[in-house]
Design a binder for this molecule. Structure first.
Ligand SMILES: [Zn+2]
Length: 453
């Protein structure tokens, strides 16, 4: 294609032409390989001058790949689909070019949290899904400068409000990390700091129980859970006070740093420090010291020291795992600038979204969950070496839209088409369906892409 566009073509030109689709790419090729070959499929290599590189490439791009076909091996991309590469992979090439343009022109990263500052969605928080470039059809290229807009997912307390819209770049700003808790729908005001810390301690434990189930399956971790919750509450409360984040309504608890809380429980040999902290907080009238100490200090038997150490280790593990998962990328950084460890110290708010998602998913762990998809369900296999995308179709009537995905107690999920044909499908694990449900609700009005690797 670059051969057809000439030496002055840049990325913007390439994208414009790829966006016109496979038929256009074939038209372009006519300039290089001639009109007859441009429209052909399965060109006989013996009939053309394959020592000319463009011709050889074109023969390759336009050959079909029937199952068990003459080439004797499956190709590396789009496995299972027989159509010629030029027809199948033009969109893939467009995606690759777009990724490069994003990088070159400094587009915001996928996942960046934005605050919309004007228009219909003024004041709402949103997450960047993709850059939205604008084509200049006259010059057959992409307009200059950074992306004029982004496709974003609106965030709101109700899942119904999680919608995708394109918002002009000048109508939003990068949100502050402090706004993450609000964005996730995590509570940001409480009756006091103590109750705020209780709420966060429970959230951190819930997340950890789902992400490190093997730790909690070991005896006696579950029995320790109430004590761990109290330990974490004390550690968080101490962090809140040490960092000057105290408020009558606990409205700055979510700004507490994981590292500050780890100071208290991250040193298993320093039970004394924890006890002193508890006493200090109790003296200040903040926590009911005796009740707390009774919960976390076991009867003074000879094994008590080991138990305390085990509890502190588990509490520290919960904090550490959450803190690592919450590591934030500073606004404006690119994937090419990996974070030096400790550059940005994660705070509770950074983990709010993950906790909320876990809470939503765990509340529907039992019972049957179904998701109606109005559009097409795509299975995308996207790894470094291969790429393919196939749609889910009813085995009985071939329906590709309006399928309902169903997760029951069976680890293998199922689908049901609009005509009521119901089949199990190994490509649809029940866990994946539950995850989709927790993120997007019971009714998806567009296409759904399920990634497999
Ligand atoms: Zn059907």
């Amino acid at each position: 294609m670059l051969a057809a566009l000439g030496p002055d073509a840049d990325l913007g030109h390439v994208m414009w032409h790829l966006d016109q689709g496979p038929a256009h790419v074939r038209e372009l090729a006519a300039d290089v390989v001639g009109p007859q070959l441009a429209a052909a499929t399965d060109i006989d290599p013996l009939s053309v001058e394959t020592d000319r590189p463009h011709i050889a490439t074109w023969v390759w791009l336009t050959r079909t790949w029937p199952p068990g076909g003459p080439w004797g091996m499956p190709r590396g991309v789009a496995r299972g689909l027989p159509d010629p590469a030029v027809d199948l992979l033009t969109e893939w090439a467009l995606r690759a070019a777009k990724t490069e343009l994003d990088r070159v022109r400094g587009a915001l990263n996928r996942g960046a949290l934005m605050r919309i500052t004007a228009g219909q969605h003024d004041g709402q928080l949103a997450v960047v899904l993709a850059s939205a470039w604008r084509f200049d059809d006259e010059k057959k290229t992409v307009v200059d400068g950074p992306p004029p807009g982004y496709e974003v997912q609106l965030l709101g307390p109700e899942s119904e409000s999680e919608r995708r819209v394109v918002v002009p770049t000048e109508m939003m700003r990068l949100a502050r990390r402090e706004e993450m808790a609000e964005a996730a729908g995590f509570p940001t005001t409480f009756s006091d700091d103590w109750h705020g810390c209780v709420c966060w301690a429970q959230g951190l434990i819930l997340w950890h129980q789902h992400h490190a189930p093997e730790v909690w399956a070991r005896e006696p971790a579950q029995a320790y859970a109430p004590a761990i919750e109290r330990l974490l509450t004390v550690a968080l409360l101490d962090a809140v006070r040490q960092e000057g984040l105290s408020e009558p309504d606990g409205s700055r608890v979510h700004l507490a740093k994981f590292s500050a809380a780890l100071e208290i429980v991250g040193r298993p040999h320093r039970w004394e420090r924890l006890t002193a902290t508890v006493e200090r907080l109790a003296e200040a009238g903040i926590i009911p010291a005796r009740a707390l100490l009774e919960r976390i200090q076991l009867a003074p038997e000879k094994d008590a020291a080991d138990e305390r150490r085990a509890m502190l280790e588990l509490a520290a593990a919960v904090l550490t795992a959450n803190g690592l998962a919450a590591r934030v990328v500073p606004p404006g950084s690119t994937p090419e600038q990996p974070l030096a460890a400790g550059t940005v110290s994660p705070m509770l708010a950074d983990q709010a979204l993950a906790i909320q998602k876990t809470a939503a998913a765990s509340s529907i762990d039992d019972g049957t969950v179904s998701v109606l998809v109005d559009g097409t369900v795509w299975f995308a296999n996207d790894s470094e070496m291969t790429w393919s995308k196939v749609s889910l179709a009813c085995a009985e009537c071939q329906a590709r839209t309006g399928l309902t995905l169903i997760a029951s107690s069976d680890p293998e999920g199922a689908y049901e088409c609009g005509s009521g044909h119901r089949r199990r499908d190994h490509r649809l694990p029940a866990s994946a369906i539950r995850h989709i449900y927790s993120l997007r609700g019971a009714h998806i009005r567009e296409d759904l892409e399920i990634r497999r690797s």
